[in-house]
Design a binder for this molecule. Structure first.
Ligand SMILES: O=P(O)(O)OC[C@@]1(O)O[C@H](CO)[C@@H](O)[C@@H]1O
Length: 391
């Protein structure tokens, strides 16, 4: 690891970079989308205007001393307050932007808007699109196939479901946004993943969720498969403790998805019913550890979370943000070993991720050469995906 540990931390200081486009283009667009989705009052409009102006040009302000979780952000933000949003680590800047956005809409304040998820309308709409309907109907066929085939299809469903996040679609176009064809994976350790969960083993699977809506639905279907086919005795689903990165799943989103499944027709309803029962008898647990909304890499996880991961037979990290936190949000040479980068992780870990930011490790030379030769933006377009496992 030591030869690559100095890979540059990703920041948004370079005009034209992906990170810059997220802060300078996606974030202002998101503020307007949230503003339009709710009948907010003048105070919230003023706060949203202030956040828009500040995050475009200003320096990063600390939270007010009376703010919810002020003390934690004082520590997390010590080195960054007072600097430009573009000069601090990209991971930190995005995370703090979401914290400030919640503040602006009154999420933490006493009053009627407390606890109202500003992204909920978008997450809910996703559950009722024709695509979601078709994906649920397709389960009638998929769940009749042999178990091994189901496993293969469902892991890909969960993987490509990651392409569906709203933050990504705020700037993606064409095939990137609609998610047309799915090319071969740039790394595919699916076999290693399933070998860690043999049928009949007393495994505990931990799934660290990413997005709600159209990603969480296939995640839940995959979890049902694992429990129903005896590949794990227990599953722990980790979600975010508060709304984050637009579409990230919270407990409320899990409940919405379960209701959607249970209320669907055919095989999907069976999945919903089984998962509902699994929550009732403790085979499935939902947790929302506080660290999942920290602006930090998993290498800095606290002891209790470390112990939790250590107790799992396998931890599956869903999505791009979890990948960045898992391997470190740096410009690694793409052939850097995934096993080395995740060596600190306290147990077997798998990443299921579509490529939507600059970070990438664990590729072989020929794959990198082919991608470089064919596409300018293969790291960030969302057109490619991977399954990587460290056993
Ligand atoms: O974790 P997800 O949902 O797969 O992806 C989230 C994400 O693509 O959105 C941001 C840009 O809006 C990226 O920086 C980030 O990694």
């Amino acid at each position: 690891m030591s030869d690559t540990v100095d890979a540059p931390v990703i920041r948004a200081d370079e005009p034209g970079s992906f990170a810059r486009s997220v802060l300078a283009e996606r974030h202002p667009a998101l503020i307007e989308k949230v503003r339009d989705a709710f009948p907010y009052g003048p105070e919230q409009h003023r706060a949203l205007d202030a956040l828009r102006d500040n995050s475009a040009e200003g320096t990063i302000p600390p939270l007010a001393p009376t703010a919810y979780d002020h003390d934690r952000w004082e520590v997390w933000g010590r080195e960054h307050f007072g600097r430009s949003w573009f000069d601090v680590p990209f991971l930190w800047a995005e995370s703090y932007f979401y914290r400030r956005l919640l503040e602006a809409v009154g999420y933490f304040a006493d009053g009627p808007w407390r606890g109202i998820d500003p992204f909920r309308p978008f997450k809910q709409a996703e559950l009722h699109t024709p695509q979601a309907e078709a994906e649920l109907a397709a389960l009638d066929d998929v769940l009749r196939r042999p178990a091994g085939e189901q496993a293969q299809v469902l892991v890909h469903g969960s993987l490509w479901g990651n392409r569906a996040d709203l933050g990504f679609r705020l700037s993606a176009t064409g095939a990137e946004a609609t998610g047309a064809a799915t090319p071969p994976l740039v790394a595919d350790d699916a076999e290693a993943l399933w070998s860690l969960l043999p049928v009949g083993s007393p495994a505990t699977l931990c799934v660290v969720a990413d997005n709600a809506g159209r990603e969480l639905l296939p995640d839940l279907v995959l979890i049902d498969h694992v429990l129903h086919h005896g590949r794990a005795e227990r599953v722990v689903l980790q979600v975010k403790p508060y709304p984050y990165y637009v579409s990230d799943a919270t407990t409320e989103d899990v409940v919405d998805c379960l209701r959607r499944l249970a209320g669907a027709k055919g095989a999907a309803a069976g999945v919903g019913g089984r998962l509902w029962a699994a929550l009732g008898d403790g085979r499935l647990t939902v947790r929302a550890h506080d660290f999942f909304r920290a602006p930090l890499p998993y290498q800095e996880m606290p002891g209790d979370l470390r112990r939790e991961f250590a107790g799992a037979t396998l931890t599956v990290m869903k999505g791009d943000l979890n990948y960045r936190r898992l391997v470190g949000d740096r410009m690694w040479p793409p052939t850097t070993s995934f096993a080395d980068r995740t060596g600190y992780f306290p147990g077997p870990v798998a990443a299921l991720r579509t490529l939507k930011s600059d970070v990438i490790v664990g590729l072989d030379e020929p794959t990198v050469a082919t991608l470089d030769a064919r596409e300018d933006r293969w790291r960030t377009s969302g057109a490619h995906a991977l399954i990587q496992v460290r056993g």
